[in-house]
Write a protein that binds this ligand. Structure first.
Ligand SMILES: C[S@@+](CC[C@H](N)C(=O)[O-])C[C@H]1O[C@@H](n2cnc3c(N)ncnc32)[C@H](O)[C@@H]1O
Length: 222
């Protein structure tokens, strides 16, 4: 009998779990780089976002059963994993992913969850088609800075319409891209659609470092 046969692994179950996670992260990073190489403008990042950025994206958000949560551009699932860990039973999740490889990956990684293969522009018809109400949280991984103006406008208009009166729209940006034309234009268009907004501190444990931008609808005047 091998000296390791009782536990089946020289470093035990915890290490096995950790090394599986490392392999998964590596596979996701490779998938990401490959997709970026084939469609750089659509993917918009070379590496998937970190767990720290996922935490910052969800900071202060408390979910209730019955909430509808939509994620744009989940990619390999960097935010999805944490989001689904935190969603209570009875809350609805809808992911919208444009890239067919990522879409296939997400449906395999999160069985039982709904991922639509298409564009964030379709959010309203998707929510209506599924009989869901307005979204409490719309979490975006979209590369807004590399999108043409009219696509930014279309997505932000649809987002505003699909968001609950007390809902939150969150996205992230890279400070190194802050002064890029597309990034500045996105922030300007977003301020035309949303009233309140907040910018987080820089999340340094992400490649590259990133900030979370959080928007909500204007408060209705009585
Ligand atoms: C920067 S990656 C972010 C992926 C993931 N959320 C993360 O943070 O690691 C952008 C993602 O948005 C997707 N995407 C780009 N345009 C889209 C659109 N119009 N609708 C839905 N997804 C889109 C890309 O395919 C890609 O998965």
């Amino acid at each position: 009998m091998s000296k390791h046969s009782k536990k089946g692994h020289p470093f035990g179950a915890q290490s096995r779990k950790e090394s599986k996670k490392v392999s998964e992260n590596l596979a996701e990073a490779i998938a990401f780089i490959t997709r970026f190489a084939s469609a750089p403008t659509n993917i918009g990042a070379v590496f998937p976002s970190s767990r720290d950025l996922a935490e910052a994206m969800l900071h202060g958000i408390e979910f209730q059963p019955g909430d509808v949560v939509v994620e744009y551009g989940p990619g390999t699932g960097a935010f999805t994993e944490l989001l689904l860990e935190r969603l209570p039973e009875g809350a609805e999740y809808l992911g919208i992913e444009l890239d067919s490889h990522f879409h296939g990956h997400l449906t395999r990684r999160f069985p039982g969850r709904h991922f639509h293969h298409g564009s964030a522009v379709e959010i309203q018809s998707l929510l209506e088609g599924k009989g869901l109400g307005k979204a409490r949280l719309i979490l975006s991984g979209l590369p807004f800075a590399s999108m043409p103006h009219h696509v930014q406008e279309l997505i932000l208009t649809a987002t505003r319409e699909a968001l609950h009166e007390e809902g939150t729209f969150r996205t992230f940006t890279y400070p190194i891209c802050w002064y890029m034309t597309g990034s500045q234009r996105f922030r300007k268009v977003a301020l035309d659609h949303f009233d309140d907004h907040h910018k987080s501190r820089t999340v340094h444990r992400n490649i590259p470092p990133a900030k979370v931008l959080s928007y909500s609808k204007p408060v209705r005047k009585k």
